[in-house]
Design a protein. Sequence first.
Length: 257
Amino acid sequence: MGRLENKVAIITGAGSGIGQTAAIMFAKEGAKVVVADVNKEAGEETVKRINESGGKAKFVYTDMKEAGSVEAMVKETVAAFGMVNVLYNNAAIGEQGVGDTTKLTEENLDLVLDVNLKGTWLAMKYAIPEMLKVGGGSIINTTSQAATRGNANIPAYTASKGGILALSKCTAVEFADKNIRVNCISPGFVKTHMFLKLLDEFPEMGKRVINGTPQRRMAETEEIASVALFLATDESSHVTAVEIPIDGGIVNWSNTM
């Protein structure tokens, strides 16, 4: 019997990277998975891989910055699978171009905060009432080592991830006595398409990433998804309002990049 047998999980940004890995992993553990993504082709590919391996999944087009779209994501989940037990907020974007705080445009700030921070809030806003109907649930929100460190030249991303961390702790306390757990995972540098593309554009960052990580390597997507899986299961039933760094030691290392 799988660790998520009879559970229904929504995973945002599940068309690629960590989200795709998590969707496949959760399905193998018995969950019915809603693959939420703004990229229809990528999301349907994830669903195809899950269904072909004997799992159950459904793609739902979701624009995380639009309240109506996120509400529809939850409604379609309930219509398809009857309930919501797990919400994994993984979808995120970074700045369109790297620069310091004075170079950040209002448009870029609004977009990043809308997708990352507001999107996380919207998903919780609409998923929590459904979790209450079934006696509780687990929410996993994605922050970043950038949320608690002074990483330069990503002000909007850093602000959004810091906001997610604070929002998660607030929500965890609000619903702790209702058996809804809210935790954060905080990845460091991960081998995702989005990050590897950034390294292609700024190759000098590659050496800084490795030198700035005590383990001297980036994480594989499976290493992040497996921690999310633990938080999704009843194995973590007394864990709430915490942030778990998955960064190869970055946050607790005194060296500077």
